[in-house]
Ligand binder design. Structure first.
Ligand SMILES: [Zn+2]
Length: 464
C-alpha cells in the first residue's frame, strides 16, 4: 500500500544537496531508498513510474493559500483548492485564517483539520489569526491555536496597525515557537488605493497604493523581530525598498524573512493599462526570454481588467527587478502563490469595486521556472529550494526533503514542457486569473502525497 518505484528521473533534493539521476523507492508512504539500491530493494509487483527525462523532487509547498473554507465555499473549498494544488505540483499548502469564521480559535482549527482529512487531496497546514476576528484590536489565543495545531500566525488580508499589539504577538509567538507572518500594509498611507501609485495610476485615474505603504511595515517588522527575537516573515513582497530593508536586516542577523509571488516578478502596473501597453514596454524582457511567448501573438487583455488587481498591487519595472534580484541573492528565500479565489460576479465590476486577489496554484510553478530558471537567473535546485526546504524550515514542517524515512511527498515535473494555460484547465472553483491564454514552460507531471499518486498527467501507470 502506498508503495511506488520511480525510475530514471533526475532527482533534485536541495535539503540533501542531491542532484543526479537516481531511482526512488517508496514503501508504505515513506522514502525507503534513493539511489542504485532502490531497484534491488523493491518488492516484486510494485507499481512503477518511469521518470526518465523528468525531474523528481520533494513535494512542493505553498505556504500562502486561501482555501476559503469555512464560510466562503462559493469561491473555493478544501476539496477544490487542494485539487488545484495537486494539479500545480503541490503536496502541501498552508491556508490563511481570513475565513468566516476566522481561524482565531481552536474549534475552527479542528473543523479545518477534519475537513482536510476528509476532502483534502494534499496536506493542509493551518495558519491562525494574530488577532480576534482579524480585527487588529485584541490578541487571538495564540497558545490555544498552537495546541490546536497551527503552524504560524498571520492576519493576512489585514495588517495589525497597532505596534504595541504586534510586539505582544511577537512575544507570544516566540514563547510558542511560532513564526509570525505579516501582510505588510500601512493603512494610513494606503487608504483606498487600488493599484501601485505611479505614472500608470495617474494616467488611468485610479487611486494609488504607494510602495512606502508596504516598506513602512516591513521596517516595523524588522524592528519587532530585533526587539523580541521572534521569527517574522513578510508576505508577498512587491516593493524594491522592502527587499533592501530585509537584505540589510538579514546581514546583521535579524530573524526576518520574505516571500515573493510570480505575478509580482512577472507583471508590472502597466498591465492594468491593457496588454498592448504592457507588451510594448514592460513585457518586452518576457518576450525575449521566453521565445514561446513571442512565437505566437502574445496574450491580450483589456485595460482595467480586474484580474490584475491584487494586494499588494503589481508595481513598477524597478520593483519587479528588485524582487528578482532578491530571489537571486537569497534575500527572498520563499516562493508562493497567494492563491486568492473570488467568484466571477465579484470580479466583474469596476476596477475600484473588485476584490483584491488572483488564483495561482496551477500556474505559479511554470512562471517561477520561466522567470528564474529558464531566464538563467537561478539553478533548478535553487528554485526548488524556495518551494521545499525553505518553507519547511521556516514553519518547522517535517516536509521538503527526500531523506530516508521522510513522508513520501514528491513532485515529478518536466521543466521544459511547453503548454498553454487555459481557462478550462483548472480544478479551482474560481477563474480570477490573469494568465489564461499564456504559453508557459514547465509543468508538473505527477504529484505524490504519502506515497499515493494524487494527480498525474497520465492516469494509467505502467505495472509490472
Ligand atoms: Zn495578503
Amino acid at each position: 500500500m502506498n508503495s511506488l518505484l520511480l525510475t530514471g528521473g533526475r532527482v533534485i533534493d536541495p535539503a540533501n544537496r542531491l542532484d543526479s539521476t537516481a531511482d526512488v523507492l517508496i514503501l508504505n508512504g515513506k522514502i525507503a531508498t534513493v539511489g542504485p539500491d532502490a531497484m534491488k530493494q523493491a518488492p516484486p509487483h510494485i507499481e512503477k513510474l518511469d521518470a526518465s527525462g523528468l525531474v523528481v523532487c520533494p513535494g512542493l509547498i505553498d505556504l500562502h493559500v486561501h482555501l476559503r473554507e469555512p464560510g466562503q465555499t462559493a469561491k473555493e473549498t478544501i476539496a477544490t483548492g487542494t485539487a488545484a494544488a495537486a494539479r500545480g505540483g503541490f503536496t502541501s499548502v498552508v491556508c490563511m485564517p481570513n475565513t468566516s469564521p476566522a481561524i482565531d480559535n481552536a474549534g475552527t482549527v479542528a473543523l479545518i483539520l477534519d475537513r482536510a482529512k476528509r476532502d483534502g487531496v494534499v496536506n493542509v497546514f493551518i495558519s491562525g489569526a494574530i488577532t480576534k476576528n482579524i480585527a487588529g484590536e485584541e490578541l487571538a489565543p495564540i497558545g490555544g491555536l498552537k495546541r490546536a495545531g497551527v503552524v504560524a500566525i498571520t492576519d493576512d488580508g489585514h495588517c495589525v496597525q497597532n505596534n504595541e499589539l504586534m510586539r505582544r504577538a511577537c512575544e507570544y509567538a516566540k514563547m510558542f515557537d511560532l513564526t509570525v507572518m505579516d501582510h505588510c500594509q500601512d493603512y494610513s498611507l494606503v487608504t483606498e488605493g487600488v493599484m501601485h501609485e505611479g505614472r500608470w495610476s495617474t494616467s488611468l485615474g485610479l487611486q494609488g497604493w504607494p510602495a512606502a505603504g508596504e516598506e513602512m511595515i516591513v521596517a516595523r517588522n524588522i524592528l519587532m523581530a530585533e526587539l523580541t527575537g521572534a521569527r517574522v516573515h513578510c508576505q508577498h513582497l512587491s516593493a524594491a525598498g522592502s527587499v533592501d530593508l530585509i537584505r540589510a536586516a538579514r546581514k546583521r542577523g535579524v530573524p526576518i524573512s520574505g516571500e515573493a509571488c510570480p505575478h509580482h516578478f512577472t507583471l508590472t502596473d502597466s498591465a492594468i493599462a491593457g496588454s498592448e501597453k504592457f507588451w510594448a514596454e514592460d513585457g518586452k524582457p518576457l518576450l525575449s526570454l521566453n521565445p514561446q511567448l513571442s512565437n505566437v501573438s502574445p496574450p491580450s487583455w483589456p485595460a482595467y481588467d480586474t484580474n490584475f488587481k491584487m494586494n499588494p498591487p503589481l508595481r513598477s519595472v524597478r520593483d519587479r527587478e528588485a524582487i528578482l534580484e532578491g530571489l537571486v541573492d537569497g534575500t527572498i528565500e520563499i516562493l508562493c502563490s497567494d492563491h486568492a479565489p473570488h467568484c466571477n460576479f465579484e470580479k466583474e465590476v469596476e476596477f475600484d469595486y473588485a476584490p483584491f486577489g488572483i488564483t495561482g496554484l496551477e500556474n505559479e510553478f511554470a512562471l517561477a521556472l520561466m522567470q528564474l530558471y529558464h531566464s538563467k537567473r537561478l539553478s533548478l535546485a535553487d528554485v526548488l529550494a524556495k518551494y521545499t526546504v525553505a518553507p519547511a524550515k521556516l514553519l518547522n514542517l517535517a516536509k521538503g526533503t527526500l531523506s530516508v524515512g521522510a513522508d513520501a511527498d514528491l513532485t515529478v515535473f518536466d521543466p521544459d514542457r511547453e503548454w498553454v494555460f487555459e481557462r478550462t484547465d483548472t480544478a479551482s472553483k474560481s477563474h480570477n486569473n490573469p494568465f489564461y491564454g499564456w504559453p508557459l514552460k514547465g509543468r508538473a507531471i505527477a504529484t505524490i502525497v504519502g506515497g499515493k499518486k494524487v494527480w498525474a498527467e497520465q492516469p494509467e501507470p505502467v505495472s509490472v
